[in-house]
Write a protein that binds this ligand. Structure first.
Ligand code: SAH
Ligand code: SF4
Length: 363
């Protein structure tokens, strides 16, 4: 490369990523005010020179607001049957390559009982979206799990307000429903037969009914821009979400997005760190999808703003069959193994496993 081209190329790089000084000033502002404009978020998402400082600032805010305790949530993947067709997901209805399963209420309660015996304070019941479990089945499961003295999170998709009310009355405490992307056009393209309005309606209902609400996004969806990721972050703040879980989109070969590139670990981590800076007291999991792309992914995330881990407590072949994306970690491990493994990793980075329920404490 001749000198002139080289210089203009370097200039372009600096220009495109924003100056390091600007980036550091924005990180400083975020750490102290927990508020940023969309342009500032975009600059940080694009800037590659300030990432270490971004992660360190998120780690400091995490330590100051939610402390060094890591909350574990035991995840029960109780059915992979789904009537939806989300373009990215291996459980989508049109994927004929998955053996479908559903656990009986007694099995679900049994897995929760075991989770409690391993010391979990929270269980998360997650499944594809289906009507296999009627409202009364769900209430039966919820009441029995609550009688074990556990906090209970549901992640079973879009339901009516009266269903959400019935689950709440039976004792459910929290609900996870990712917005996936706040880019309405992209949302509707990736979710045939679903509407952005209904997604928002669900989150609003859940909040009004008194749930702790968890949402989040996928990072690296086709056609997703950093501007739209900035909108996602501002959406979580506007909604005042109690939990925000995000991870890279990982292409699944049995889906229409099989040949897309997918998200990166680095960009997911940046989005997560920014969320910590803007929602300092929220619960933020170090997600399994992050560890799928980086074998130390969850510990790196815990050192860059996260304070929650959701180990799998599903037993047997069901772990394999809950195939949202390829390369999912721990599919051959037992719940007992995962509990020991994650505790070792957490203490190994100088943090402790919390013995509390880990509700959000607003500050
Ligand atoms: N059916 C429920 C819960 C199960 S899906 C729901 O949709 O809310 C749980 C999460 O898995 C989704 O919110 C989505 O963000 C994530 N997911 C699905 N497919 C994925 C993929 N290919 N890569 C990464 N995450 C994926
Ligand atoms: Fe079903 Fe959830 Fe997968 Fe969509 S993301 S296809 S609703 S399991």
């Amino acid at each position: 490369m001749n000198e002139e081209i080289k210089r203009s190329y370097q200039f372009k790089l600096v220009w495109e990523s924003g100056s390091l000084i600007d980036a550091l000033a924005i990180i400083h502002k975020a750490e102290n005010t927990h508020s940023l404009t969309k342009d500032e978020i975009v600059l940080l998402l694009k800037n590659n020179e300030s990432v270490q400082e971004l992660f360190s600032a998120a780690d400091r805010v995490r330590s100051q607001f939610v402390g060094d305790q890591v909350h574990l949530r035991g995840l029960i993947e109780f059915s992979n049957i789904c009537k939806m067709n989300c373009h990215y997901c291996g459980l989508r209805k049109d994927n004929g390559n998955v053996k479908r399963y559903w656990l009986t209420p007694e099995m679900i309660i049994d897995f929760a009982t075991k989770a409690s015996s391993y010391g979990y304070q929270t269980v998360v019941l997650q499944s594809g979206e289906s009507d296999i479990y009627g409202v009364e089945d769900m209430q039966y499961i919820i009441r029995n799990i609550k009688s074990l003295g556990l906090a209970l999170t549901l992640s079973v998709g879009e339901k009516t307000r009266s269903e959400y009310l019935a689950y709440k009355e039976a004792g459910a405490d929290r609900y996870l429903l990712r917005i996936e992307t706040t880019d309405r056009k992209l949302y509707e393209k990736l979710h045939p037969g679903m509407s952005f309005e209904n997604r928002i309606r669900c989150l609003t209902d859940l909040k009004e009914l008194g749930y702790e609400i968890g949402t989040g996004c996928l990072v690296g969806l086709p056609e997703q821009t950093v501007e739209s990721l900035a909108d996602d972050i501002l959406f979580f703040k506007e909604l005042d979400a109690d939990m925000i879980g995000l991870g890279p989109f990982i292409p699944n070969e049995d889906t229409p997005l099989a040949h897309e590139l997918g998200g990166t670990f680095e960009l997911s981590l940046k989005v997560m760190a920014l969320i910590r800076l803007l929602l300092p007291d929220a619960n933020i999991p170090a997600t399994t999808a992050m560890e799928t792309l980086n074998k130390e992914g969850r510990m790196i995330a815990l050192k860059s703003g996260a304070n929650v881990v959701m180990p799998n407590v599903t037993e047997g072949e069901y772990r394999q069959l809950y195939s949202l994306y390829p390369g999912k970690i721990c599919i051959n491990d037992t719940p007992a193994h995962c509990r020991g493994c994650i505790t070792g990793k957490i203490t190994g980075i100088g943090r402790q496993v919390s013995k509390e329920y880990g509700y959000r404490i607003k500050k």
